[in-house]
Design a protein around this ligand. Structure first.
Ligand SMILES: Nc1nc2c(ncn2[C@@H]2O[C@H](COP(=O)(O)OP(=O)(O)O)[C@@H](O)[C@H]2O)c(=O)[nH]1
Ligand SMILES: [Mg+2]
Ligand SMILES: [Zn+2]
Length: 296
């Protein structure tokens, strides 16, 4: 017997998806290759009650989508229908701030609010303080926590209340540990478990967990070289609020903020209003987009 149901995609695996409806999670097959549901998509599926499996019939339009680009610049979806992106950093492994900037730029380009979660505060956080202060100055909310001791988790839980949050960050910063600390019975695979099982269960795609009835967490696998797709012109600039805000004051409308005369952005970097490290991050992202746009 079949009936038609609605649900949310929890994860992709092989050639199917795991879909949660009001009652339970269903392994669903996909119909054809055109369907590309991702974690967080709302789908209609037909449930085969005797086999306890389903088939995805249709994917509902998305509110938003976080994508990354592969080495050739082709977009790959990460997760859909998000209410915020939490970028996780830790003293260990040492942060790649350029990567943090790209996650934030990706959230901005998808028009999704972002926040910075500084995990492993039990290890001490002095080396991170200057960058974190700068992000705070740019109005990026920053929260300090320790998944291991539970420090700051109450404030984090409050910040994650209502809607779906995508956790992103370098491998090893503690994303899965945070999921396990916040979601009872989640059993997200952390570094320890992955090692124990010789990497067989390493997460390779995003996985969604219910935090409570109205909130969800999406654990995205460590992405070494995340960059958002440049679907809009001046994408690199729009990814950086402090550069975006000054661009209108440059002498030339199409200023790239590199060597052009009368550049308000470079003037702000020279005067100390824009962090040279953030400016360099913008330059790297723009150069990446320019390289990908080259023919051949
Ligand atoms: N000291 C400390 N270690 C942590 C904390 N949270 C996670 N870890 C450790 O960091 C390592 C990576 O954690 P994991 O959750 O797998 O990171 P992920 O790759 O971002 O999902 C594991 O060995 C965790 O035990 C924390 O708050 N303090
Ligand atoms: Mg993990
Ligand atoms: Zn300029």
């Amino acid at each position: 017997m079949n009936d038609t149901r609605q649900g949310t995609v929890l994860a992709n695996y092989g050639r199917g998806v795991l879909v949660q409806d009001d009652a339970r999670a269903w392994h669903c097959a996909l119909k054809g290759r055109k369907q590309r549901p991702v974690c967080g998509d709302r789908v209609t599926f037909s449930a085969d009650l005797s086999a306890e499996t389903g088939t995805v019939e249709s994917v509902q339009p998305r509110r938003n989508l976080i994508e990354r680009i592969d080495a050739r610049g082709r977009p790959e979806p990460v997760a859909a229908n998000l209410d915020r992106v939490a970028i996780v950093v830790a003293p260990e492994p040492a942060p790649d701030w350029y990567l943090v900037d790209r996650y934030w730029a990706g959230a901005r380009l998808a028009r999704i609010p972002a926040m910075l979660v500084i995990n492993k505060t039990d290890l001490g956080g002095q080396p991170l303080a200057a960058e974190i202060d700068n992000y705070r100055r740019l109005s990026l909310p920053c929260l300090e926590v320790a998944a291991r001791s539970g420090d700051g988790l109450q404030a984090l839980r409050a910040a994650l209340a209502g809607g779906a949050t995508l956790l992103v960050g370098q491998s090893g910063v503690g994303k899965s540990s945070l999921v396990n600390a916040l979601v009872p019975h989640a059993r997200a695979q952390t570094a320890e478990l992955t090692r124990d099982e010789e990497g067989r269960h390493t997460t390779t795609t995003a996985r969604r967990y219910a935090l409570d009835e109205a909130s969800a967490l999406v654990d995205a696998p460590g992405v070494r070289d995340f960059a958002p797709p440049a679907t809009m012109t001046r994408a690199a600039e729009h990814g950086f609020p402090e550069i975006d805000a000054l661009a209108a004051r440059c002498r030339f409308n199409d200023c790239r903020h590199f060597e052009e005369p009368g550049c308000a952005v470079r003037a702000a970097v020279a005067a100390g209003g824009i962090s040279p490290r953030r400016y360099e991050s913008y330059r790297r992202l723009l150069r990446l987009y320019e390289r990908l746009a080259e023919p051949g």
